[in-house]
Design a protein around this ligand. Structure first.
Ligand SMILES: [Zn+2]
Length: 385
């Protein structure tokens, strides 16, 4: 590009490039929040090999904006489009009307795109198809280009009166619920943990927690977390304030592997969990609780404490709920860490009794961080302090 061309780019339109990797936020920290309500994310049509999710980006009696994000099996974004409708009539609203007539926005977008080395060219039509707003009142669009997502904020001076009105009803992203401020020195805490999921039973388990209050910790397998069919469950897990931990990629006996293989198990899972952990999950639990100095060393190198448990009802041995109910309630104690598996139907049935029973006994059901904070990397933890 010639210096003369470069000088004509509106600097406010300079794009940022979002690495796709295994997923994660499309807008990096420091950039304006995209108008989106993550609480509204829900599974939509799921074409073979992809997941499609919708998010409400603007809402008023006169205008609804809904974004559709499609990801491939590796959770890489494939496309991002936004649909605008008049809610009373259901009539589509052309996002072209959000742009002030007579601006050189089309040229600016083309120039901005051309400033990104290796980016695939596209025009204002594609930008408008993905049109949204930031909560600062600017326009916003993102496009998937090869291995990257490019995000652009469009200054309000490019907007028409209708565009300014639409930006005014943009919805701020809901903050990820903070861990409840429970002080386990005061409250009678217990940490319920579930391994090997997510599974077809996890959603119903989350509903139990939603009904009675409290949070759990889920040590997930990366291979299952990466399954697009489980994305909606993980969104619910995150929305419910539960904690997610790393339980390896596919549940091998880690001491039998090389340290490189152990590291690969943990790193692949860490990356698969990234969309639901705001970064790195903070806890690691080895499959079968099998660990040794080599495994602890790999965990330490990745910043993980090694989380075991103090109460094991051996739920995997039971096809009926009652032994698990008895095992948990019989051994429940303040600051205990309870091991179970959200992959077993009998365990789900058991927790329909266990959760209300613990709550009625005065326990606060807390995610692990409320109970143990952040232990040193490589430290082996069996119960809270
Ligand atoms: Zn396991």
């Amino acid at each position: 590009m010639s210096p003369a061309q470069e000088a004509r780019i509106d600097p406010a339109l300079a794009p940022w490039v979002v690495p796709i990797g295994a997923g994660g936020p499309l807008v990096p920290p420091g950039r304006p929040a995209v108008a989106a309500d993550v609480r509204q994310w829900r599974a939509a049509a799921v074409p073979t090999g992809t997941t499609a999710q919708t998010v409400l980006v603007a809402s008023s009696p006169d205008l609804l904006g809904q974004r559709l994000l499609v990801r491939d099996a590796a959770r890489r974004p494939v496309s991002s489009t936004t649909r605008w409708v008049q809610p009373q009539t259901g009539q589509a609203v052309d996002p072209d009307t959000f742009v002030a007539p007579g601006t050189d926005l089309a040229k600016q977008i083309a120039l901005a795109m051309a400033s990104v080395p290796g980016s695939r060219g596209f025009g204002v039509a594609q930008a408008l198809a993905a049109w949204s707003f930031t909560t600062q009142g600017d326009g916003y669009f993102e496009v998937v280009s090869g291995e990257r997502v490019l995000g652009f904020a469009v200054p309000a001076r490019y907007l028409s009166a209708q565009g300014v009105a639409a930006a005014a009803v943009a919805i701020a992203p809901a903050p990820v619920p903070a861990a409840p401020a429970v002080d386990c020195a005061v409250a009678k805490c217990i940490a319920l943990t579930f391994d090997d999921g997510p599974s077809q039973y996890t959603g119903a388990l989350l509903e139990i927690f939603a009904s009675y209050g409290g949070q759990a910790t889920f040590f997930l397998l990366g291979s299952k977390a990466a399954d697009p069919d489980n994305a909606a469950t993980l969104d619910l897990m995150r929305a419910g304030g539960h904690l997610v931990g790393n339980h390896s990629w596919d549940h091998p006996r880690l001491p039998q592997l090389s340290s490189d293989q152990v590291a690969s198990q943990l790193v692949r899972t860490r990356d698969a969990l990234a969309p639901w952990t705001s970064g790195t999950p903070r806890y690691f639990r080895p499959p079968y609780g099998l660990t040794d100095p080599m495994v602890n060393g790999v965990a330490a190198s990745l910043g993980y404490p090694v989380i075991l448990w103090s109460v094991d009802p051996s739920d995997y041995r039971h096809t009926e709920p009652q032994p698990t109910v008895d095992g948990v309630l019989g051994a429940a104690a303040r600051n205990a860490i309870v091991l179970s598996h959200d992959t077993l139907p009998a365990t789900l049935e058991a927790y329909r009794q266990i959760v209300p029973a613990l709550v009625s006994q005065g326990y606060t059901l807390v995610p692990l961080d409320a109970l143990i904070g952040q232990p040193a990397p490589g430290a082996v933890v069996r119960y809270g302090n």
